[in-house]
Design a protein around this ligand. Structure first.
Ligand code: COA
Ligand code: AMP
Length: 634
């Protein structure tokens, strides 16, 4: 295997302390770390325990001081408003220091939490960086979640303020955010003092409507900014939490992934050098959402830490106005590096099979396309390679890790790609494949993908307020290793193939969702005795959720009405992002004699895969009956 990559990988594996202290030199520290890792609380680890820094200073002030103040830092391109707005590094710094001043004026202190519920508008980037400037811990919530999900996050991380906007714009409708925030506040524990609202034209509701009936202050962003003084960056411990980002687990309660400051800054800068090959002056366009980890790392933080320009895109891959929009953005902003999800590419291909609408644009600035969020299937990989004629790089990672675990390390050197594989583990991630008993398996054999501890800088340090849940969920199954929850194999050449989740987490359009959470909602319907939700393969969205309910005896109800009610219930409790549209009323669910529902077998039947009926099945006839409902997709 190629030399540069192999050398870096080996160094990181054999002497991680030296490797990461060297990488940390690319970061601007107020106090440079002398110690790489604190293992005194193993299996919990902390990177650079004696370092001090500020991430917003690394993302902004540093570049302005280096003379790049006039370079574009952020380009807000809204297909929904048909507008483009550019912020130079100096301008973005100004906005961030003023909004940090606003938060400080409102009593937000280092360590306080601030919940950010914003669509893809510059205020999202500004408020995240303003929190980082003060050392306030932000928690960004994706706009497609329902008020109940928002409330669960408020209750868990107890923010003192919520930063939001009048609403988000979807192609089909305007989404009013203020009623959702008001509903969430009514449901949640009472920690919030202020709701700061960025005004957008074209929405019905305004903050003043909510003021009278509320104990919380509903405030206007612009009014507060008019009188605020700029805030300087606070020098923070490297271990200080930068953010909490909630992600779906197997249960209904989301997990608050905690990211530190110094390890994350170091890791993101390293990833820009070693993986993405993005440097000052380059333009990165990541078509994701700030509510997801991809948005945190590669829309907001990494491009700015690296001194590049980030494109913030409000719109869809198709329909806004057509399947050529990615090409239009590449041409307009001379994008050098793009990042999207396989679903977006499949949507483009479905709408425009030859990709002619994208190809009609000048794509000559583009050097590489990175793809993540779900497996990049070989068909979609070949479509993108044929269309663009540049490296198309699948990178596999998770909210928990914060940056890629496996990827073609383009910044080190380009390895030969294999369709269906995110190439090889990235330096710092020592990946192994273990069977259910924890034994290592042979090359080519599928098993649990695990990563040797300590995880490299940038990966989660714990779950918010719950070290024990972190340890129980990820660190106890195989001693000394982190369990990713994905299964896959390493081939003879050391290439990793990620085949799917081993738990009840599913990936719909690159959005991570919990079938367990959906089951909780289905079970709450008064007519439902028991239920199962599984993720089944979907040609466009990767997976989609499919529900099966058994009715309580004696319930006499119209099936179609019931199905509609259940679909509406999931939308109401989890949100439109669940994209839950399919539910069947069945006579029974297949179970083991100990009462465990055979979800895996159900999934295999639905996906048209071979399956063996477990010998522990209680009643095989139930499975035969159910097979009629589990029709494979063509
Ligand atoms: N706020 C509120 N609602 C949202 C939302 C947001 N930010 N994002 C999506 N939704 C809603 C949609 O309006 C839709 O609602 P509907 O049921 O009323 O139509 C529902 O959630 C499902 O949306 P979506 O997943 O976008 O499906 P779609 O069929 O409208 O579009 C794609 C299909 C492929 C175009 C779209 O899924 C897509 O762009 N996927 C790529 C996602 C991505 O980049 N993920 C990266 C994660 S790293
Ligand atoms: P999230 O935490 O939302 O980023 O989702 C992480 C999960 O998405 C992973 O555990 C995988 O199951 C899946 N995933 C993300 N990227 C890839 C990829 N490149 N290949 C295969 N699965 C992926």
């Amino acid at each position: 295997m190629a030399q540069e990559y192999r050398q870096a990988f080996n160094q990181a594996a054999t002497d991680p302390a030296a490797f990461w202290l060297t990488a940390a030199r690319d970061v601007q520290w107020d106090k440079a770390p002398t110690q790489a890792i604190d293992d005194s609380k193993a299996p919990l680890y902390n990177w650079f325990p004696d370092g001090k820094l500020n991430l917003s200073a690394n993302a902004l002030d540093r570049h302005v001081a280096a003379g790049r103040g006039d370079q574009a830092a952020l380009i807000y391109d809204s297909a929904m408003l048909n507008s483009k707005t550019e912020y130079s590094y100096s301008e973005l710094l100004r906005e961030v220091e003023i909004f940090a001043g606003v938060l400080r004026d409102r009593g937000v202190k280092t360590g306080d939490r601030v919940l950010i519920y914003l669509p893809m508008i510059p205020q999202a980037v500004i408020s995240m960086l303003a929190c980082a400037r003060l050392g306030a811990v932000h928690s960004v919530v994706f706009g497609g979640f329902a008020p109940k999900e928002l409330a669960a996050r408020i209750t868990d991380c107890e923010p003192v303020a919520i930063v939001t906007a009048s609403g988000g714009i979807e192609p089909s409708r305007h989404i009013e955010y203020l009623p959702a925030v008001a509903e969430a506040l009514a449901l949640a524990e009472k920690s919030v003092r202020d709701v700061i609202v960025s005004h957008r034209d074209g929405f019905e509701h305004s903050p003043s409507e909510y003021q009278d009936a509320s104990e919380v202050n509903w405030l206007d962003w612009d009014e507060l900014a008019k009188v605020a003084q700029p805030a300087a960056p606070v020098s923070l411990d490297s271990t200080h939490p930068l953010y909490v980002l909630y992600t779906s687990g197997t249960t209904g309660s989301p997990k608050g992934v905690v990211r530190d400051t110094g390890g994350y800054t170091t890791a993101l800068q390293f990833s820009m050098n070693a993986i993405y090959d993005v440097h000052p002056g380059d333009v990165m366009f990541t078509a994701s959402d700030v509510g997801w980890v991809v948005g945190h790392s590669y829309i907001v933080y990494a491009p700015l830490i690296a001194g590049a320009t980030s494109v913030l895109y409000e719109g869809k891959p198709i329909g806004t106005p057509d399947a050529g929009v990615f090409g239009r953005i590449i041409e307009d902003h001379k994008v050098t590096t793009m990042f999207t999800a396989p679903t977006a590419l499949r949507a483009v291909r479905k709408a425009d099979p030859s990709g002619a609408l994208i190809a009609a644009h000048d794509l000559s600035s583009l050097r590489a396309l990175f793809v993540a969020g779900e497996r990049l299937d070989p068909d979609t990989y070949h479509f993108a390679v044929d269309l663009l004629g540049i490296p198309v790089v699948d990178n596999w990672w998770q909210t928990e890790t914060g940056w890629p675990i496996a990827s073609n390390p383009l910044g080190l050197e380009e390895l030969t790609a294999k369709a269906g594989s995110p190439t090889t583990p990235v330096p710092g991630f020592n990946v192994e494949i273990r069977d259910a008993l924890g034994a290592q398996v042979a090359a080519g054999d599928e098993g649990n993908i695990v990563i040797k501890l300590p995880l490299p800088p940038g990966a989660l340090t714990t779950l918010w307020g719950n070290d024990q849940r972190f340890i129980d969920t990820y660190l106890t199954q195989i001693e000394g290793f982190y369990l990713t929850g994905d299964s896959g194999f390493l081939d003879e050449d050391g290439y990793l193939f990620v085949m799917g989740r081993t738990d009840d987490v599913i990936n719909v359009s690159g959005h991570r969702l919990s079938t367990g959470a959906m089951e909780q909602v289905l079970a709450s319907h008064p007519a439902v005795a028991e239920c199962a939700v599984i993720g089944i393969n979907d040609a466009l969205k990767g997976q989609r959720a499919s529900g099966y309910v058994v009715l309580k005896s004696g319930v006499d109800t119209d099936e179609e009405t019931l199905k509609k009610e259940i679909v509406a219930l999931v939308r109401q409790h989890i949100g439109p992002v669940a994209d839950f549209r399919e539910v069947s009323v069945v006579a029974g669910l297949p179970k083991t004699r100990s009462g465990k529902i055979l979800r895996k077998t159900m999934r295999q039947i639905a996906d048209g895969k071979e399956y063996t009926v477990p010998s522990t099945i209680e009643d095989p006839a139930v499975l035969d009956d159910l097979a009629n409902y589990l029709r494979p997709q063509g």
